[in-house]
Design a protein around this ligand. Structure first.
Ligand code: FAD
Length: 465
């Protein structure tokens, strides 16, 4: 992934702004650039753009949107900022958090009214750390649906996307001004394309085992559930160009990937009173801190698995998610009418399960404090029929990346701007701080969509000026 000297280099094709990566970030950046009347070209390594965006549940946090207002939901950039900072224990960048939170509402209004994307608000339960109903999503809560809608919008707007085009090199001046890039085709042929500005929308390094081992060693042996083509190219190029990186240990994990089925179990089953036990039938953590930090806790159990136990109410909520329905279809969920039946379908010790149920009842009754500090008063006691699902922990995507300013323009170590380089989504530093526990639900698509919009608008403005 080298940076090649631009001096003396000629380009077969030229564009105003080049965007690397056709996930949610890249497509939103490209649509914003086109809307500003500036020429844009998207380069995508796969033959069909998917990215981690397609794999996602499409939960996009946005505060102060018209949709929220129409449903009477009170929210604001200030409240979202507070939630982001609280979840990351003050270890994310507060200015960046406020900037992204402030831009999230207008971005969502634009997605709905300008791009005509069908979006609804998830209501009925709150994800850990979110203090308002602000997760906006597609009808089936599906990343594939979101990506199909974004691709349809790019088609309508006549945005050029070159697929099967891995960007292998950038051409730059000594001061870091990017002049162009080289794509390599599946047959090995290369093409050099000139640009006046570059948006890096090629996500993080979850698909690069060496980088995962270096920056997130605790997840080095975990299943990677994101897009394998995300190999850390943005970080590698940025660093070589002199950009600053931050929070490289930050990531989104998930503590409930069904095992061995490999579908995603909706985390609301935990916030609605569910819990996880290990193969000894014992709880091992406070499940409602968040699903990201739960990944390591699950991986640290025997056989790297746990059983998620919940009831019909949570199951009903889960049915609105296509991932959950996929799990049902492949037989990941087992049902039981009594604790004895849970023991039968899971193979767990009946005595241990009875003890766990009794322990939670004692906490609910105020007779003892939960060993893991969980507050059970925010949910109801589980009622039969019960559901039991075997799960493991996985790495979804990395959150560390290039440091940017309020326009998603990449910054050097000394805080000055790189001349014409922008980054968003997983390519940029996220809002989760340096660890697994700072990830607030939706932080991935929050920065993919909102920074994509900001990077698109600012790069177009730069080219125009
Ligand atoms: C199972 C799962 C569920 C998730 N659910 C949610 C959710 O509900 N809400 C949420 O906020 N986040 C969620 N996430 C995280 C979210 O999917 C990502 O944070 C987000 O999609 C990142 O968007 P992006 O555009 O930056 O990257 P991507 O969507 O991954 O797009 C990057 C693109 O760049 C391309 N690319 C990479 N390198 C190159 C190169 N050198 N040349 C050309 N192309 C290149 C890739 O092929 C890819 O298409 C989930 C993740 C997973 C895995």
């Amino acid at each position: 992934m080298p940076i090649l000297p631009a001096d003396g280099q000629t380009f077969e094709t030229e564009t105003d702004v080049a965007v690397i990566g056709a996930g949610a970030c890249g497509l939103i950046a490209a649509l914003s650039i086109k809307e500003a009347g500036v020429e844009v070209l998207v380069l995508e390594r796969d033959d069909t753009p998917t990215g981690s965006s397609t794999l996602s549940t499409a939960l996009i946090p946005a505060a102060g949107t018209k949709l929220q207002a129409s449903l009477g939901v009170e929210d604001s950039a200030e409240i979202l900022t507070k939630d982001l900072i609280a979840k990351a224990r003050n270890q994310n960048d507060p200015d960046m958090a406020f900037n992204v939170a402030s831009a999230s509402g207008p971005m969502m209004d634009w997605l709905i009214s300008r791009l005509d994307i069908e979006i609804s608000l998830v209501q009925g339960f709150l994800y850990p750390g979110q203090s308002a109903y602000r997760l906006h999503t597609t009808p089936n809560r599906s990343g594939a649906e979101l990506m199909a809608a974004l691709l349809a919008a790019t088609l309508k707007a006549d945005v050029d996307i070159i697929t099967s085009a891995i960007v292998t090199d950038l051409f730059a001046d000594e001061d870091g001004t990017v002049r162009g890039l080289r794509i390599t085709r599946p047959d090995g042929a290369t093409e050099d394309i000139g640009c006046k500005a570059l948006v890096l929308a090629c996500n993080g390094y979850g698909g690069n085992p060496d980088m995962v081992r270096e920056f997130v060693p605790e997840m080095a042996d975990a299943t990677y559930f994101g897009h394998v083509g995300n190999k850390g190219d943005a970080v590698k190029w940025g660093v070589e160009l002199g950009a600053a990186v931050a929070d490289m240990g930050g990531y989104q994990g998930h503590g409930a990937v069904t095992h061995p089925h490999g579908t995603l179990l909706f985390w609301g089953v935990m916030t609605e009173g569910g819990f996880q036990v290990n193969l000894q039938g014992k709880r091992f953590s406070n499940e409602v801190r968040g699903y990201s930090e739960q990944a390591v806790d699950v991986i640290n159990q025997a056989d790297h698995v746990a059983w998620s136990i919940y009831d019909e109410g949570a199951h009903e909520l889960g049915l609105q998610f296509i991932d959950y329905r996929d799990g049902l279809e492949v037989g990941a969920m087992k049902t039981a009418n009594t604790i004895e039946e849970i023991a039968e379908v899971t193979g767990l010790s009946l005595d241990a399960l009875k003890e766990t149920f009794a322990d939670i009842a004692a906490v609910r009754a105020g007779k003892k404090k939960d060993d893991f500090g969980r507050d059970f008063s925010t949910s109801e006691t589980l009622e039969p029929p019960y559901y039991a699902v075997r799960v493991t922990g996985a790495l979804f995507h990395t959150q560390g990346g290039l440091v940017i300013d309020n326009n998603a323009q990449v910054l050097r170590e000394d805080g000055t701007q790189m001349p014409n380089l922008f980054a968003g989504g997983g390519a940029a530093r996220g809002l989760s701080g340096p660890s697994r526990w700072g990830y607030l639900t939706g932080n991935g698509l929050l920065t993919a969509t909102t920074l994509g919009r900001l990077a698109g608008l600012a790069s177009a403005e730069l080219v125009k000026s």
